[in-house]
Design a protein around this ligand. Structure first.
Ligand SMILES: C[S@@+](CC[C@H](N)C(=O)[O-])C[C@H]1O[C@@H](n2cnc3c(N)ncnc32)[C@H](O)[C@@H]1O
Length: 437
């Protein structure tokens, strides 16, 4: 059984018929998260923002709900399979959501049985599902009786990945799925010259890694801007652009700004281009904390339309994508995207590639990156870039000597959550480098 830490439980107060009005913000928010993702295909964070319960909740309840909702999404295939022998027919979606929340607590979060069952029954009542309260009670009690035996013989890794994604990931599928069951660690990139907070593990690329659940704001140096949160794999595209002091560089699709910070600390003159107004605010706040506000120029614009005043030495294009490479951190991505979404995403990525090409001086460099594991958004776009006249500039073995498994025969970068598995894995990224003729 794959287990993560248990959510705080308010089960005793919620037990029994008369307790349906008792407050249980954790499960209420988790219900909004799960139904938002499954029924409305909204991202976990968006579902949380839309949750009325979340707006009034304490930060610790929101954090517990986030962990509970993410656990449901991480184990949804397995939990569905566990439920199926106990259900004569498919229940309505909201009832299924309540049951999944109950199963996640019983089998994956180590919540005490009485709390997991009673809070699920109370949740069903609060959500207008009282006619199903008996079903929820009976099914969860039987699952609790069987305990871990419910998981015997189940290929959890296979079940927890939608079949179309499993197929598309080929040989990477099983190591990726194995990493999915675990909460990912906290990765930090250090501001040059700053010492890592004590207790972190320094990885071969310089990332400082802390165990899952570490609160970044509580680490010494956070407020002073000594570091920023950035997955180990996410550091690689900006590093591979290899910017020099004083080079004029654009970071397209820049928020929240991890790669912008890398480019600026490397000494480049950076313009960060971001379309979304709220994400521009987040980018600016992050740059302010890192004391980069006076160094980086931030532009709110659509990068397909924006052009620099003069041709640039280098462009980093971290394009919007299906984000399947970040499913460890964002398990909602597993259930939101559909195969038919990929063509539209790839068209957007290629429009951005054309724009990036047009911003470069002759000989200027471009790194194209996506946090996707899908071939349509990675290799297919790299080939499209060459058809646009960009010249491939493969990553060399020396540049990736600390992670040789991530270098493809074409000289592209392909990371996935199964790499550096012993140290806690990494996000999935694809990157390729080009020069303008
Ligand atoms: C993958 S995230 C970028 C992460 C960022 N590069 C980092 O390392 O922190 C993609 C970002 O692209 C922005 N975006 C999407 N389409 C865009 C466009 N046409 N022009 C500019 N920004 C865009 C999104 O709002 C989002 O903030």
């Amino acid at each position: 059984m794959k287990q993560t830490s248990a959510p705080r439980s308010s089960g005793r107060r919620a037990a029994g018929r008369g307790a349906q009005a008792a407050a249980d913000p954790t499960r209420d928010i988790a219900f909004d998260i799960v139904t938002g993702v499954i029924e409305h295909r909204r991202m976990l964070e968006t579902s949380m923002e839309n949750s009325p319960a979340a707006r009034q909740a304490e930060p610790r309840d929101r954090a517990a709900a986030h962990r509970l909702g993410a656990s449901v999404l991480r184990h949804m295939g397995t939990a569905t399979e566990v439920l199926s022998p106990f259900l004569k027919k498919e229940p309505p979606e909201p009832v299924r959501a309540v049951l999944l929340i109950g199963v996640a607590q019983l089998l994956f979060l180590g919540t005490p049985v009485h709390a997991a069952v009673a809070t699920s029954v109370a949740l069903a009542r609060r959500r207008g599902l009282a006619p199903f309260a008996g079903l929820v009670n009976a099914v969860l009690r039987r699952i609790a009786q069987n305990g871990d035996a419910c998981l015997d013989g189940l290929d959890q890794e296979r079940l927890d990945v939608p079949p179309w994604l499993w197929t598309s990931w080929g040989r990477m599928a099983r190591p990726i799925a194995a990493a999915l069951g675990m909460e990912p660690p906290l990765d930090l990139s250090m501001r040059p010259g700053c010492l890592p907070p004590p207790g972190g593990e320094v990885l071969p690329n310089g990332t400082v890694r802390f165990p899952a659940g570490t609160r970044v704001t509580e680490l010494p140096g956070f407020a002073e801007g000594a570091f920023w949160v950035q997955d180990a794999a996410a550091t690689l595209p900006a590093r591979l652009l290899d910017v020099k002091e004083g080079e004029r560089v654009a970071d397209l699709c820049a928020a929240p700004g991890g790669k912008t910070a890398q480019l600026a600390f490397a000494g480049a003159e950076v313009t960060a281009v971001e379309r979304d107004a709220r994400r521009v605010e987040r980018l600016q706040a992050n740059l302010a904390r890192l004391k980069l506000s006076d160094t980086v120029r931030v532009v709110q614009a659509d990068a397909t339309q924006w052009r620099p005043e003069a041709p640039l030495d280098a462009v980093l294009l971290d394009a919007p994508c299906s984000a399947t490479g970040t499913v460890r951190r964002h398990p909602d991505a597993l259930w939101i995207k559909r195969p038919r979404d990929l063509a539209g995403l790839a068209a957007g990525q290629q429009a951005l590639l054309k724009a990036a090409r047009d911003m470069l001086r002759p000989g200027g460099r471009l790194v194209y990156a996506v946090c996707s594991l899908q071939p349509e958004e990675g290799p297919a776009c790299a080939r499209a870039a060459e058809e646009m006249g960009l010249i491939a500039d493969p990553f060399t073995p020396e540049e990736l000597s600390f992670l040789p498994q991530a270098r493809t025969p074409e000289g592209w970068l392909r990371t996935h959550p199964g790499l550096w598995a012993e140290q806690g894995g990494m996000d999935g990224f694809f990157a390729a480098r080009f020069r303008r003729a």
